[in-house]
Design a binder for this molecule. Structure first.
Ligand code: C2E
Ligand code: CA
Ligand code: CA
Length: 559
């Protein structure tokens, strides 16, 4: 933790409470060089001193067996007071059972009698003061306003502090997600949503306290726990479910829990939570499972991902990335006519061979690296189009994929336009494919961006149409030039009447909107004929060709 200790030079106040003068003397002589000392000879006197010095007192060293008021009572009194509760307490004891009792009550540590070596005592006092000061700084500045839990950044830092000072080996990073929370917001309104979040937060906080851990809040409906390792989190899930049921009479507010056990191979807390999140995401949308641990399989996957992230820069330096092209044929005439191609990225990885984007696009979207890939591919595609335009004089367009992440680049339309201009291309020949699901993420923003691209003259194709569950009324208001039917429709159209009707309906909608349809994933003559019969204009699929290298692609121009 890098919090500055502004008052590092200041001597901290330490209160030593013991009824035996010899004990007070021993501890006093150990600590007098570094601390300003206060003394009390019994519990009653101790409480008086604590009350008087409460604003500056850094720690209390407390004997347990004392006349009048014993140590047990002093702890209870302090823990019940909102101001005094922040002062850490070290119990001085020779008896194992009091150790446990006092820790349960809220003492932070203990020193055994006869006394440990002076160095041990000094170290413990110092460590606890530091810990409690860190706590205080965090508490006063970094709480989430709605729930009162630690905000994400400080939660991570605090978990790191726990690791550093407590040195506990067996901890779990736990990420808790509320299933379908956005629905709660949409149906019942935000303020009700807030009430639910507060309630969930208090359950999670209670749970963290039971396990002497900490709780934090991430984005929206995501919560964090850092607690002693548990075999299972069924109890937590049940607590949330039961309390939600009791408060809101519904079984639909449920928690999804991802867990990652601390291990020596993970050096920072954030990574631990990333893994917990990853585990949690594997059960997103499933009804049977609501708890998932980060296991060997996930570990392999995350190593693979880390490796790809590491290798990407080398990959660009070594020119391992390259565009492949898959032809698009116009099927409205007698014979299919080559009209364009989709540029698709390939990575010639030294270890894994030619990799399809399926294994890295999602990953690179998550961490923004996709922009690097896309900018590169757009450049290659534009240069290739220029070459082909010169070599073959026929109408031909290339389409490139624009990721949902690219859309947030404020310079995107200028970047693309520059590419087109610097290669002397007609903007109409450089199509842009955007997946339908990106529209659902943030429709207003998307519509605005697409409008701007179209104003510059770009033709925008809506990719994977039908897979993103867009509402029909939304489609009508969306600015698109071409629909690309999602592959699953072609794959399943001959399975039953209903699937066939679906394709027909989409074709009809496209006709109504007056936008041409590209169907991709067409593999057989039967599919082709059927789609042509329905009025489909363009076909892309293995029936004509798989995506191939630029060199190989030239045979399509020549035939
Ligand atoms: P997509 O944009 O839907 O691209 C079509 C995918 O379907 C391509 O897979 C293509 O090879 C495959 N495909 C085409 N016809 C057939 C067929 O008849 N049968 C079958 N089984 N598959 C067919 P690919 O190249 O593996 O790309 C997968 C996805 O990765 C793409 O889906 C696209 O979303 C993404 N992607 C590819 N290149 C890029 C890129 O440069 N940038 C970004 N952001 N995403 C890319
Ligand atoms: Ca595409
Ligand atoms: Ca597609």
């Amino acid at each position: 933790m890098h919090t500055k200790r502004f008052y590092d030079q200041m001597k901290r106040q330490v209160l030593i409470v013991d009824d035996e003068i010899v004990n007070r003397k021993i501890l006093g002589s150990v600590l007098e060089d570094e601390y300003e000392l206060l003394f009390a000879g019994d519990g009653e006197e101790a409480l008086k001193v604590i009350e008087e010095y409460k604003d500056n007192l850094s720690i209390v060293l407390l004997d347990f067996m004392m006349p009048k008021i014993n140590g047990f009572e002093v702890i209870k009194t302090m823990k019940a007071d909102p101001v005094l509760t922040r002062i850490p307490i070290i119990v001085l004891t020779s008896d194992k059972s009091t150790e446990i009792d006092s820790l349960k009550l809220g003492a932070s540590d203990f020193i055994t009698k006869p006394y440990d070596s002076p160095e041990v005592i000094k170290a413990r006092v110092k460590r606890l003061i530091e810990l409690s000061e860190d706590r205080l700084i965090i508490r006063s500045t970094e709480k989430d306003e709605l729930t009162g839990l630690y905000s994400k950044t400080f939660f991570y830092e605090y978990a790191g502090v726990l690791d550093k000072y407590e040195q506990s080996e067996d901890m779990d990073a736990v990420v808790i997600d509320i299933d379908h929370f956005h629905l709660i917001n949409e149906i019942f309104g935000r303020s009700f949503g807030d009430t639910v979040l507060k309630k969930v937060a208090s359950i999670i906080k209670g749970y963290s306290e039971d396990l002497s851990g900490i709780a934090g809040r991430g984005d929206a409906d995501v919560f964090y726990l850092y607690v002693k390792h548990q075999k299972d989190y069924k109890e937590l899930v049940a607590r949330i479910k039961d309390e939600m049921k009791e408060a809101y009479q519904t079984n639909n507010i449920r928690a999804r829990v991802g867990v990652c056990e601390k291990s020596s191979e993970v050096t920072n807390v954030e990574q631990l939570f990333d893994r917990a999140k990853l585990a949690g995401n594997t059960i997103r949308g499933t009804f049977q499972k609501n708890i998932a641990f980060f296991d060997e399989e996930l570990k392999a996957e995350s190593f693979f991902n880390e490796q790809l992230i590491h290798d990407i820069y080398e990959g660009f330096n070594q020119k391992q990335f390259m565009p492949y092209f898959q032809p698009k044929y116009d099927v409205t005439g007698e014979k299919p006519v080559l009209k364009g191609a989709e540029a698709l990225i390939r990575w010639k990885h030294p270890e894994y061979g030619i990799m399809s984007p399926g294994s890295f696009v999602d990953l690179f979207e998550e961490n923004g690296l996709i922009q690097m890939v896309d900018n590169y591919l757009w450049g290659e595609a534009a240069a290739q189009l220029k070459e082909w335009k010169k070599k073959y004089s026929q109408p031909f367009a290339i389409s490139v994929n624009v990721s949902r992440i690219d859309i947030y680049d404020p310079e995107i339309e200028n970047k693309l336009l520059k590419l087109v201009e610097s290669n002397g291309l007609d903007v109409k020949d450089f199509h842009i494919e955007i997946t339908e699901s990106a529209y659902a993420d943030n429709p207003d923003h998307m519509i605005e961006k697409v409008e701007r691209l179209r104003k510059k003259g770009f033709i925008v194709e809506m990719d994977d149409f039908g897979a993103g569950y867009s509402a029909l009324n939304m489609i009508a208001s969306m600015p698109i030039d071409i629909l690309k039917l999602d592959m699953q429709f072609v794959r399943t159209m001959f399975e039953n009447e209903r699937n066939m009707r679906m394709v027909e309906i989409i074709m009809d909608i496209a006709k109504l909107l007056k936008v041409p349809v590209v169907v991709e994933g067409v593999e057989t003559k039967e599919q082709l004929d059927c789609l042509v019969g329905m009025g489909c204009q363009m076909i892309q699929g293995y029936y004509f060709s798989k995506p191939v290298s630029a060199e190989e692609f030239e045979k399509f121009f020549e035939s």
